[in-house]
Ligand binder design. Structure first.
Ligand code: FES
Length: 199
């Protein structure tokens, strides 16, 4: 087989000229990128003070656009019930209620919570039937996942007060427990449904 001395129809000289042009373009690219970055940073707002309503109290906090609700709760308000486990919120440990609906505080921006009612596990209080049932059924081992589970159970039973065991299992499938206390968690939830909890 004969090889062409002009691969792709280019002479060696033409090829080198083209490569030089590409290298020159690459050298220009960083400047273009930094111009774009400068332009976009002008669009990003700086720190600002906002007011959040947490567990019935107005709280002034300082946030950046990227600040999550979980960061505000834990590091500015000292509410450490919601846990930072998975940044994508897939384990349910950071579950809180936003206008009564369960959300992952780890993936919710603080700025999106203005004018909404935020309830954390601390806001449920010791008198909450779900909290009682968890204690009575010993629905925890290390306890790390427990606040997320308590809030998730509270939200689920609020919406499905007569839930069956199967429905509770499905409703809580967004919460993970590394210690494997699922059996007791389900038992605690069923206890609330049946009104058998004390307190
Ligand atoms: S009790 Fe340990 S992770 Fe659930």
């Amino acid at each position: 087989m004969a090889f062409s001395s002009k691969p792709n129809g280019l002479t060696r000289r033409e090829f080198l000229k083209g490569s030089g042009a590409a290298a020159a373009a690459a050298a220009v690219a960083p400047a273009t990128v930094s111009a774009a970055a400068e332009q976009s940073s002008a669009l990003v707002r700086d720190w600002e003070e906002i007011t959040l309503r947490v567990n019935g109290q107005e709280c002034k906090v300082r946030v950046e656009p990227r600040t999550t609700l979980l960061e505000v709760l834990r590091y500015q308000l000292g509410l450490t019930g919601a846990k930072p486990v998975s940044p994508d919120g897939c384990c349910g440990a950071s579950t809180v209620l936003l206008d009564g609906k369960p959300v992952s505080a780890a993936t919710t921006l603080a700025l999106d919570c203005v004018d909404k009612e935020i309830t954390t596990v601390e806001g449920l209080g010791p008198g909450d039937p779900v909290v009682h049932a968890f204690v009575e059924e010993d629905a925890m081992q290390c306890g790390f996942c427990t606040p997320g589970f308590v809030v998730a159970v509270r939200a689920f039973l609020q919406k499905h007060p007569h839930a069956t065991e199967e429905q509770i299992r499905q409703g809580l499938n967004g919460n993970l427990c590394r210690c494997g206390t699922y059996v007791n968690v389900i038992r605690a939830a069923l206890k609330v449904v049946k009104g058998e909890h004390h307190g």
